[in-house]
Design a protein around this ligand. Structure first.
Ligand SMILES: [Zn+2]
Length: 281
């Protein structure tokens, strides 16, 4: 056992939310999106309640999916601050700093190319084939956990499908995870009832917060080398315009940075402009 948590940071994505199996449920103006925005709040509030049970007096939630305006303010537990809208320099982790006792991840998904991973992708499914940090292929969880780790904050809990929870455990030994669905394919899954997933999230997150000292902050060595393999050569053409970016081959670029937060900004800027490169997609 270790000290009581006071401040908890929660990054919430949407692909790993209860019931979600398809892109139509996580964006646009489709009816199903409206439904799953409510589901997102349900999973989130279970995590917020766990933080309150664990004694937290500050809970900051970063809406981390797409345009980052998925959660209706009124649906979010009133004990939490909500960071919403984009773009923001910290992106999915906007708001993280060294005063937090723990970081939690709700509704996360596995990296691009994962077998049986619901909506598996890395940052941009349209633009990014793979991201390597210091030679290790890394998905959104690892990228974000490393930012928390740079601030000395341990990543203690993640909810999502079985592929996402396995990926989290491969990066952060000791992280507690709630598996709330099992992919059949990229767009299909076996799910449990949302009431059950919320109960599982609440129970598991509370255990995690009561044992924060058992998980080391996840840190990557500095200087940091990023390698990004894009989907098309045009994307790499454009990414390579950035002065800090070096072209490796037709679809791959790399960059080296002294510190991780700067590396994350460099990575995001590269993906952002590369994503605008193709006219016919
Ligand atoms: Zn997302």
């Amino acid at each position: 056992m270790s000290g009581k948590v006071e401040s908890v940071f929660i990054s919430i994505d949407m692909e790993g939310i209860s019931g979600v199996v398809d892109w139509t449920q996580v964006g646009g103006d489709q009816k199903e999106y409206e439904y799953y925005r409510k589901m997102m709040a349900g999973d989130l509030n279970a995590a917020v309640e766990s933080a309150l049970e664990a004694g937290a007096d500050e809970i900051v939630v970063s809406d981390a999916h797409g345009g980052m305006r998925n959660l209706y303010p009124e649906d979010v537990h009133e004990a939490a601050y909500l960071i919403r809208g984009s773009p923001k320099p910290g992106s999915m982790m906007e708001g993280i700093d060294d005063h937090f006792d723990a970081a939690m991840y709700v509704g996360y998904h596995s990296m691009m190319g994962t077998e049986r991973g619901v909506l598996a992708h890395t940052i941009s499914g349209r633009a990014v084939d793979s991201v390597y940090i210091n030679g290790r292929e890394t998905g959104e969880f690892g990228l974000n956990a490393a930012l928390a780790g740079w601030h000395g904050v341990p990543s203690v809990f993640l909810s999502g499908d079985a592929a996402a929870t396995a990926e989290a455990q491969s990066f952060v030994p000791g992280i507690k995870t709630a598996t709330i669905k099992w992919a059949v394919g990229r767009y299909s899954a076996k799910i449990i009832h949302p009431k059950k997933s919320r109960a599982l999230i609440k129970k598991t997150a509370e255990e995690a917060l009561n044992n924060v000292g058992q998980v080391e902050p996840f840190r990557v060595d500095e200087p940091v080398e990023f390698r990004i393999r894009y989907v098309t050569p045009t994307m790499a053409d454009v990414a390579a315009l950035l002065p800090y970016v070096e072209r490796i081959d037709g679809r791959t670029v790399k960059a080296v940075f002294d510190d991780y937060p700067t590396a994350m900004r460099g990575l995001r800027a590269s993906i952002y402009i590369a994503g605008m490169a193709e006219r016919t997609q």
